[in-house]
Design a protein around this ligand. Structure first.
Ligand SMILES: *[C@@H]1O[C@H](CO)[C@@H](O)[C@H](O)[C@H]1NC(C)=O
Ligand SMILES: *[C@@H]1O[C@H](CO)[C@@H](O)[C@H](O)[C@H]1NC(C)=O
Ligand SMILES: *[C@@H]1O[C@H](CO)[C@@H](O)[C@H](O)[C@H]1NC(C)=O
Ligand SMILES: *[C@@H]1O[C@H](CO)[C@@H](O)[C@H](O)[C@H]1NC(C)=O
Ligand SMILES: *[C@@H]1O[C@H](CO)[C@@H](O)[C@H](O)[C@H]1NC(C)=O
Ligand SMILES: *[C@@H]1O[C@H](CO)[C@@H](O)[C@H](O)[C@H]1NC(C)=O
Length: 451
């Protein structure tokens, strides 16, 4: 068993090496002027995209702001009141499930649907008499940000196929739908990436990093403008959306991948892409455990060497099972393991559950430790940028893996402490990040425009 699990156990030395390589990839992404949508074939693995956001709230932002969050099937609208750069009350919000049929319809129909609901929401707030309402739009699809106010959908994902939207400016499509409806005074529309919203929503002066560890993984942070070769200007800072899930796509993690990782990648929808994300995020953790369990079964170390029809299927071992099996009190976790495995029609004896728990722990620990290595890389980048011997910094954190797994945060924090004595990294979990963060970006944009 130990032989099979060993390649997953990354030592502190391994993590330091990975951190070094990540920093190199980040620097390449920042420097390389040849990258971007115009040169899709020569993208660096860690894209380091500009979010066009150059400041955090400075305490002078005031007013009411709308936010829209379209992350997949759910659409959510928020009304956020900001006072002196802070969110005043719990935001008002409403959520809709986007009808399945609409995903195949035209973009016009999709955006008319969004605006119809947004209009109804605004009406319930009795805000019609207000002057212009700025709106922050957190749109979680691959999107090419040309400015804070322009974002071109690269490609639909998550089952959407609406025509006439790909390669178009999503803010413009929303603006046109608002025009078609009439009677809504919403302006300007600010496009916000979800990880940037996560950083902004954390409402802590020291919060200069955002991270998501959920279905996917991503991080953003405040970089010095003078280091960003892809943008003009030398003064101040810029929030960079790292898209670090692509780390390893240039083979830089080759020597840390296990056979299980390679097979998972090979059989995935996008072989060769998002290599580190496939070692970390909720979309894949269950499948990694599944692959290890099959191997242990093959070696007759589990389930009396037999397998059920259920376990033959790839998606039966869900990521949430890992959380249930690692449930903190020893006994609960093992009882859960026994139940989950029995429900999969496996032959489970009295020692199988603890072995399966060990597999889950190994896989989730690797994920947490890789995320810690990324955070340390980013924090140290900020520290050296500012020439500081020691840095105290806060990370706005979101994502189901971080929030739902019973011990993920502990594992991550323990690794942070050992990897980076120079940085005091405080993690702040944020809720409703997309809505709050998008509204705060709109508030900062309004201040900077002097509107
Ligand atoms: C930018 O990327 C291209 C293509 O990968 C590469 O040829 C070039 O050397 C890179 N430039 C810098 C400054 O890293
Ligand atoms: C959407 O389109 C796909 C093919 O593009 C089709 O298989 C599916 O049935 C359609 N769904 C609806 C609800 O129209
Ligand atoms: C997947 O693995 C098979 C067999 O090892 C190999 O022939 C194939 O080229 C691999 N495919 C990819 C996309 O790497
Ligand atoms: C449970 O089964 C495994 C093989 O599947 C075996 O190695 C282990 O010793 C068994 N445990 C007990 C308590 O019989
Ligand atoms: C949680 O993780 C920490 C750090 O790895 C470890 O010390 C602790 O024993 C774990 N707790 C449980 C209940 O697994
Ligand atoms: C906040 O920013 C505005 C303009 O962007 C500036 O006029 C103001 O002095 C700043 N306030 C503080 C407290 O930094």
């Amino acid at each position: 068993v130990e032989e099979i699990l060993k390649p997953f156990r990354l030592s502190n030395e391994n993590l330091k090496e990975i951190s070094k390589r990540l920093l190199k990839a980040m620097e390449e992404g920042l420097r390389n002027k040849t990258v971007g949508s115009d040169h899709p074939s020569i993208r660096p693995s860690v894209k380091m995209l500009s979010s066009h956001l150059k400041e955090r709230p400075n305490g002078t932002e005031n007013g009411g702001f709308l936010a829209l969050d379209m992350g997949g099937t759910k659409l959510r609208a928020y009304y956020v009141e900001v006072m002196n750069g802070k969110i005043k009350l719990e935001p008002k919000s409403k959520e809709w499930t986007i009808p399945q049929e609409l995903k195949n319809e035209s973009g016009t129909q999709l955006f008319d649907y969004i605006v119809k609901n947004l209009g109804a929401f605004v009406e319930t707030l009795k805000l019609e008499g207000n002057p212009k309402l700025p709106l922050g739009f957190s749109f979680s699809f691959p999107c090419d940000h040309k400015s804070l106010y322009k974002c071109f959908l690269t490609k639909w994902t998550k089952g959407f196929k609406c025509s006439g939207v790909e390669r178009k400016d999503v803010a413009k499509l929303l603006r046109e739908a608002i025009g078609r409806k009439g009677g809504l005074n919403i302006h300007p529309i600010v496009m916000v990436n979800d990880v940037v919203a996560t950083m902004m929503s954390c409402e802590d002066e020291n919060c200069q990093i955002g991270m998501i560890i959920g279905t996917g993984t991503n991080a953003c942070y405040m970089e010095e403008m003078k280091n960003v070769g892809t943008e003009d200007g030398e003064e101040g800072q810029l929030c960079i959306n790292t898209e670090w899930g692509g780390f390893g796509d240039d083979d830089s993690l080759k020597d840390f991948l296990t056979e299980f990782d390679k097979n998972l990648d090979n059989e995935s929808d996008n072989p060769g892409e998002h290599i580190v994300e496939k070692m970390i995020s909720g979309k894949y953790l269950g499948e990694i455990v599944w692959r290890v369990l099959l191997e242990l079964k093959e070696k007759k170390l589990l389930f009396e060497g037999s397998v059920s029809d259920n376990l033959r299927k790839k998606d039966t071992f869900e990521t949430r099972f890992i959380s249930e099996i690692e449930e903190n009190s020893e006994k609960n976790g093992l009882e859960n393991a026994d139940k989950i495995l029995s429900d999969l029609d496996l032959k489970v004896n009295s020692t199988d559950p603890s072995l399966v728990k060990m597999v889950c722990d190994t896989i989730s620990s690797r994920s947490a430790r890789l995320c810690a290595a990324a955070l340390v890389t980013i924090a140290n980048r900020i520290r050296t940028n500012r020439g500081l011997p020691h840095l105290k910094i806060t990370v706005g954190m979101d994502g189901t893996v971080y929030k739902k797994h019973p011990n993920f945060s502990e594992k991550l924090k323990e690794a942070l402490r050992t990897l980076s004595p120079e940085c005091d990294i405080n993690i702040k979990v944020v809720d409703d990040a997309s809505g709050k963060g998008a509204a705060l970006v709109a508030a900062v944009a309004q201040r900077l425009c002097g509107q």
